[in-house]
Write a protein that binds this ligand. Structure first.
Ligand code: GRF
Length: 207
């Protein structure tokens, strides 16, 4: 079984898409062994509990330094023998030690077509607000390997989503989730499990 560790910070709809795809067989052979939230009281934790998935809250502000926070995360994921770390609506930054420990085994879903509308400060509803402000005709979602910078690692999958004239940030966010995020993240996990993601420099070739 591919042992998944999921990092969350919010509603957990991307976590739910993984749970659902494991249950319907699309992600057969994968299992979520732990869900770790960056903060308490988020619905993602309730989703984990409903499905009897062990969960924990490991919050950066509980630690005196990035190094201590990193060490706590590494210790937790090693305890659960996590093989692939999935950032699903996760809003904290990971430190050097964590990224080094799980190099090329951390993937993230970002709600835009990177390199547009990404980087520090672009999370949640903000990429959609910026897309509407700019007047783009398409936006979408990106799954990428995580490195030390925000939203900058090798791109694995992308999917474009049409921006409609009457879109609000909320309606656009929901459509990007429904039509792109909830499809791409499980698909990237499946490709990883099938060893079909070939890293070539900073590019990913899918076999
Ligand atoms: C969504 O906007 C998603 O694109 C981004 O984080 C937000 C919440 O995701 N990654 P989730 O519902 O907590 O998975």
């Amino acid at each position: 079984m591919l042992r998944l560790g999921i990092l969350v910070s919010g509603g957990g709809t991307n976590l739910q898409s993984i749970i659902d795809k494991i249950q319907n067989g699309y992600l057969a052979g994968c299992g979520i062994v732990t869900v770790v939230s960056s903060k308490t009281g988020v619905y993602a934790l309730e989703r984990a509990q409903k499905h009897n998935i062990p969960s924990a809250v490991i919050s950066k502000k509980s630690f005196g330094s990035m190094e201590e926070y990193d060490s706590a995360l590494i210790a937790h994921f090693k305890q659960y023998e996590v093989e692939l770390v999935v950032l699903a609506g996760f809003l904290s930054m990971l430190g050097q030690a964590f990224v080094d420990t799980y190099r090329n085994r951390i993937i993230n879903i970002h709600p835009s077509l990177i390199p547009s509308f990404c980087g520090k400060g672009y999370y949640g509803i903000i990429p959609h607000q910026k897309a509407l402000e700019y007047g783009v005709k398409v936006t979408g979602a990106t799954v990428h390997f995580v490195d030390l910078e925000y939203d900058s690692g090798p791109i694995i999958l992308q999917k474009a989503v049409e921006v409609k004239p009457d879109d609000t940030p909320e309606s656009l966010q929901l459509r990007v989730m429904q039509e792109a995020e909830w499809e791409l993240l499980p698909k990237a996990i499946r490709l990883y499990k099938e060893n079909r993601l070939i890293l070539e420099g900073r590019k990913v070739r899918i076999e």
